[in-house]
Design a binder for this molecule. Structure first.
Ligand SMILES: Nc1ncnc2c1ncn2[C@@H]1O[C@H](COP(=O)(O)OP(=O)(O)OP(=O)(O)O)[C@@H](O)[C@H]1O
Length: 249
């Protein structure tokens, strides 16, 4: 498939950032398709988190371009990028511990949509329906009234994913979503991600190779801020360059 025939959700071209002369991301190019789960792997310090920071506007690029559909993200603020439809989850869950699962999801429902005043009731119903739907997706439908503080670490991670999903992003970026999760929770998270990409694209940074195999549409291996290898997991894991970087022979 040629680049020009596809409408990518995200086009990252020649993306570069230098910190005091050190290029943490160095001329990186990759394209994410609709309904794709792209997994970024690579050794510590390869630049994975920095790539997500650049896409979501947290770090300013030194050069290159990041287009989300037809919008250039590199000139936009972080909040504008969220509104455009790019959600980002960081490594540590940041849910409101004193609030219930329902309230956490309710707080994340996008404001400023729809008509207020006489239509408040309709909006209320809309919010409740959406929360119910999201809670089912993230395996928390039976725990809507539970305080977030009482959830397991894995359930808190799912809740945070739910708080992003309720904003209906077209691109969701997750940094090591299964770190600290049990085997059973990892399996359910893989199921969750496979469900999520029915309606959107996802970029995941991950170290757990078993999990990567379960979720990846394609894998990008980063090394020293550049693409070392890219493609289906089968191809990437047998690439001699990747084996050398990971195993050092
Ligand atoms: N704000 C910054 N200022 C200076 N150097 C930075 C900054 N952010 C990242 N770096 C450097 O850029 C390099 C890439 O870091 P990054 O966190 O993106 O790697 P990573 O692939 O996510 O690693 P890990 O798997 O350990 O999380 C590292 O050498 C890091 O020290």
């Amino acid at each position: 498939m040629s680049i020009h025939q596809t409408s990518f959700v995200l086009s990252v071209e020649d993306l570069t950032v230098s910190f005091d002369g050190f290029k943490a991301v160095d001329g990186l190019t990759f394209y994410v398709e609709p309904n794709e789960c792209r997994v970024m792997i690579g050794p510590n310090g390869a630049g994975k988190t920095t790539v997500l920071d650049l896409i979501c506007g947290r770090t300013r690029a030194t050069g290159g371009s990041v287009r989300f559909k037809d919008q250039e993200l590199l000139t936009m603020r972080e909040d504008q990028i969220v509104l455009a439809g790019v959600g980002r989850k960081f490594q540590t869950p940041s849910v409101y511990e004193d609030l219930s699962v329902f309230e956490n999801l309710e707080l994340s429902f996008p404001r400023g949509h729809g008509v207020f005043g006489s239509l408040f009731f309709r909006r209320d119903a809309e919010v409740k329906d959406r929360i119910q739907e999201i809670a089912e997706t993230i395996f928390l439908a039976d725990l809507l009234d539970e305080k977030a503080a009482f959830l397991s670490h894995g359930q808190k991670q799912w809740l945070e994913i739910g708080m992003l999903l309720i904003q209906d992003p077209e691109l969701l970026m997750l940094d090591e979503p299964v770190a600290g999760m049990s085997v059973a929770e990892r399996k359910k998270t893989a199921e969750l991600l496979n469900r999520i990409i029915d309606h959107r694209s996802v970029i995941v940074i991950e170290h757990d190779m078993g999990f990567v195999e379960d979720i990846a549409t394609r894998v990008t291996v980063l090394h020293q801020g550049k693409t070392l290898s890219e493609g289906k997991m089968d191809k990437v894991k047998n690439d001699p360059k990747v084996i050398e970087v990971y195993l050092g022979h």
